[in-house]
Design a binder for this molecule. Structure first.
Ligand code: ATP
Ligand code: MG
Length: 353
């Protein structure tokens, strides 16, 4: 039987929607489509859809502009409405687990178990202790249904609803592959959310979403320099878009940005320390960054200093063929870090678990 087609990867971020279409064949994975469209600031807040109609229109506009025929898509949710946890349970069969997971899960999640969709996977059995480790994912039905609803209203069919942290896993696995026996940390830093996934020996052992992101730089510049949001955004990007060529970036911008990088790196460091204190896994060998805010030069350096581990930008297109006659390669280079979640989603197929 032929393998099912890849779903459209639809990353509904708080600052923009990214859409990736991949084509997998014997020759490898090829980029068939990439597009991106901005969202107004209040459309998505803390992982919840605040203005559904603007998101629906944005997706419809992208699908129409790209003349996409395919309807099946994969989306992801993030933020406080998702809990990922490695839990220890008495050893049991898959059937017994299916029966009891709802009751077992109850004590690990801060929501009513009837209000969430549960997903779980046995990570490893430890027969000597009569225990096994299970990865438990609980996602608030309300939020999953909200995202699925928006996508349906835009005329697409949501065949996969994933979690941001796991899309990073899929993206990284396809681009680099997980080094056996090593612990790598994947961190996506977007406009409003930092998503962390610590992967040990190819297994996601810790994930966390922090409500911080690139907006912090923009808001801080806006406040400290008393400029408009758009000016602040342009200063943040080193004066590239929106400001005229001869304008210079004031020196204070640099200072404000270092201060924000410092607090963001501290927060990341705290999360990793917490993980290391509670896990038996070995030390972290490398940190990989994605998301638009990973492009802030001082941020990677500051994380490197604080965590004491080499930090690198993820290239989600590392193993994906891109035809220079179809795509503007300069543009693709610009958006590489922003495409990680969408690529992770575009690797999924209908019927995947
Ligand atoms: N060259 C750049 N320098 C600094 N920041 C940048 C640059 N390009 C984009 N950004 C910032 O990256 C952020 C957008 O990144 P991304 O598209 O990954 O976020 P998102 O997916 O929309 O948000 P989230 O995942 O947090 O909901 C914005 O805050 C934007 O200002
Ligand atoms: Mg994002």
């Amino acid at each position: 039987m032929a393998r099912r087609k890849n779903a459209l990867g639809l990353d509904i971020g708080s600052s923009s929607v990214k859409l990736v279409q991949l084509r997998e064949s014997k020759k490898g994975i090829e980029l068939a489509n990439f597009s991106m469209a901005p969202l107004p600031t209040e459309a998505i807040v803390d992982g919840a859809v605040m203005n559904a109609s603007v998101v629906v229109e944005t997706i419809q506009g992208m699908v129409a502009a790209q003349k996409l025929k395919q309807k099946e898509c994969a989306v992801a949710i993030s933020g406080h409405s998702v809990i990922n946890r490695k839990i220890s349970l008495p050893a049991m069969t898959q059937e017994e687990l299916d029966e009891s997971i709802k009751w077992e899960a109850e004590q690990y999640i801060p929501f009513d178990v009837n209000d969430v969709y549960l997903d779980y996977q046995i990570l490893q059995s430890r027969p000597e202790q009569g225990q096994m480790d299970v990865l438990l994912v609980a996602a608030k039905k309300e939020i999953v249904d909200e995202y699925a609803g928006v996508v349906r209203e835009a005329g697409l069919v949501p065949v996969v609803v994933d979690v941001d942290a796991f899309t990073l896993y899929n993206c990284f696995e396809a681009s680099y592959g997980f080094p056996p026996g090593e612990t790598v940390v994947l961190i996506d830093i977007g406009a409003g959310t930092i998503t962390i996934n610590v992967v040990s020996n190819g297994v996601s052992t810790f994930t966390r979403d922090i409500s911080m992101g690139g907006n912090q730089y923009t808001e801080e510049i806006q406040k400290q320099l008393n400029v408009s949001y758009d000016e602040a955004e342009a200063y943040k990007r080193g004066g590239e878009a929106g400001v005229d060529a001869d304008s210079v970036v004031p020196q204070e911008v640099e200072q404000v940005m270092s201060a924000v990088s410092e607090s963001m790196a501290s927060e990341i460091h705290r999360s990793l320390d917490f993980y290391l204190a509670t896990s038996s896994e070995g030390r972290v060998s490398r940190v990989y960054l994605s998301g638009g805010t990973a492009k802030v030069p001082s941020l990677a350096r500051t994380i490197e200093d604080k965590v004491g581990v080499a930090v690198e930008l993820i290239d989600p297109f590392r193993n994906i063929q891109i035809d220079g006659k179809v795509f503007n390669l300069d543009y693709i280079n610009e958006i590489r870090p922003l495409a990680a979640v969408a690529v992770g989603l575009g690797l999924r197929r209908a019927g995947d678990k």
